[in-house]
Design a protein around this ligand. Sequence first.
Ligand code: HEC
Ligand code: HEC
Length: 407
Amino acid sequence: MRPLTVMIRWCSTLALALVFLQIKAETSSSFMLSDACPPGFELSAEQQCLLVNFYQLYNSVQGRGVGGTQTSLPKYRDGFSPQQIDLGRILFFDPALSKDGSMSCASCHQPDKGFSDGLARSKGIDGRQLTRSAPSLWNVAFLDKFYWDARANTLEEQAIGPLFDANEMANTPEQLLETLNGNSDYLALFKQTYPSRSQIELDQVVSALTAFQSSLISLNSRYDRYAHGYHEALNKNEIAGLNVFRSFVARCAECHQPPLFTNNQIAVIGVPEKDGIPFDIGAQQTYQAAKLRGGFKVPTLRNITKTKPYMHAGNFDDLREAVEFYNKGRGHAIPEGETLQIHWHIWEPNLTEHELDLIVAFLGTLTDEAFTPKVPASVPSGLSPVDANYQQQHNKNNQKLLSRAGE
Ligand code: HEC
Ligand code: HEC
């Protein structure tokens, strides 16, 4: 053989071997991240997932009149890579993020409960009683204040809370990073997501969680079809309910402003605590402002039928009761000895029983879970992903952890 031919053959063998090695390196983890954006997003030339939504066609946040339907969206978070979003999904369900491998974010934010947990007040590690309820995570991409008392301003800042709170997931930054950096699957997944970084650090963890949560978009309910001009999407009662909701008598839409059904503000409305539960001063603490005593963030009403019980501490068991609260008179439930500065849009609308029913019927049209992400079948820690079947998975994971400790 001529030397040139030998060299070409040799080179192509080498190239093949390299390709093989490359494939091997990429598949050395059994976890692959999606390179496509979730539904509702479009991949840009810069490999960023950008939100695509009808509401972007409207150019005013004010709309026409109170509760105008064709109002635009406020500023929002998007532009994450498909890999960041998918990595965030895996982290969200992995109980390895908690101190003892017993709970994940999804323990308290369960996809089948509107990303809430069905409890009046959530329970943290070892069943520790928290003081407030888990809010829904739908449409958090559009918020600029987090927690009932608005004490965090970004999703990144928020995520630090549950991870390291002794009553919630009770982890420490050191232990969390040790767990993740000690796991070859996570190392590979973070490398795919953040190629320029050699180690997993906390900012990557919280930005992936933020990316995932920002993909939870619910803006395609029957109400939305109606808002965009398809009148038949709602029935007569539901339309009547919408009209009561946004009337200047009921004033619901002043605070629960379409299209998000929140105006991202804090309001003091004077919801009574359940028997035996101490009064929660809410946003007074955050802003050190007496006029915000008992003030809470106006929650979205999207997917509201999925997230009972209602209010900051599950104060009302069902939706009818929550709506009826507004009809009982301004400040009717202020505890003795408290002075609260109730918001001026809370007054005495004197709605009829029928009108209250109509509002409840309307709220049912705000349900849209079409973009519910998949719960991962398995997660890199080897533990069972924890969400709704918390107790069952917890027991399974305890056995896994015990047998690991004995290895
Ligand atoms: C033990 C239950 C529990 C766990 C675990 C948990 N959360 Fe929460 N989450 C809550 C509760 C309760 C609140 C409200 C607390 C408050 O307002 O004081 C909350 C609030 C939030 C909010 C604010 C939403 C809003 O509208 O203001 C976000 C976002 C959030 N959690 C995301 C996460 C993420 C991400 C994780 C995992 C890292 C997580 N949560 C783990 C119970 C939990
Ligand atoms: C002044 C602003 C304001 C007005 C007006 C208002 N709300 Fe609210 N709404 C809030 C705040 C703040 C909360 C949370 C209060 C808390 O947790 O203590 C809330 C909570 C709710 C909840 C429970 C949501 C959840 O996730 O638990 C429902 C349902 C609700 N409002 C419906 C209505 C209806 C119906 C009307 C009109 C009759 C109305 N709201 C008028 C501010 C307002």
